[in-house]
Design a protein. Sequence first.
Length: 249
Amino acid sequence: MADIFGLSWNGPPFILFSPPHFIALACVAVACGWMLGPGRKLSTTAGRYWRYALAAILAVNELAYNLWFWVHGLWSIQYMLPLHLCTLFTWLSVAMLIIRSYRIFEFAYFMGIGGALQALLTPDIGVYGFPHFRAFQSFISHGGIVLAALTMIALEGYRPTWGSVGRVIIGANILMAVVGVINWLLDSNYLFLSRKPYTPSLLDLLGPWPIYIIWMEVIGIATILLLYLPFALADRFQRSPITASRVRR
């Protein structure tokens, strides 16, 4: 049991796109599919309990993550402030689920899901494979961010708009500028603006610093537009002449 929470790990290492990785991704996909399907039918009371329970899981999971680093003497202001994209959106998702904030939802849907999907596909967990705590913590955290945004769509009827797209793009650039200054002051690497992560990631394909930051911007905007596409198509279908004539009949 101590090994599961230990700093040294002699168990199976995490291997990208191995069977355990695919099983973890499948679990996240099933939870999200349930939320967008049967989960939509939850009563108001059950939906409230679901939101609070998911918020509690995300909060406890993130606190346990910080505690693990602290216990092993690894906690530092250069790495553990909630300024990494997914850490930031873990706490924003907790707030969103509790107070049902639409403004947080706009950012959580685009930036939270966009960052979490990247982290689910290429987790930054080093050698810690299942059943180590770090493997479970990573997939619970990033899967929970996606699930939280989908919860607001399924239970609260929230949806992004074209205005959301503009606000998120502007907000993301402001965040990058602020975090860039913090990195300079602390000699940190939040948002990976100072250097690439040491584990394999999409950034490895995007060239050296600072070229990959420009590509991060391009991919970020493309991801936002791709995530908005289902809503844009739904709007277009609802407003089509064929649909309108059927409604009149």
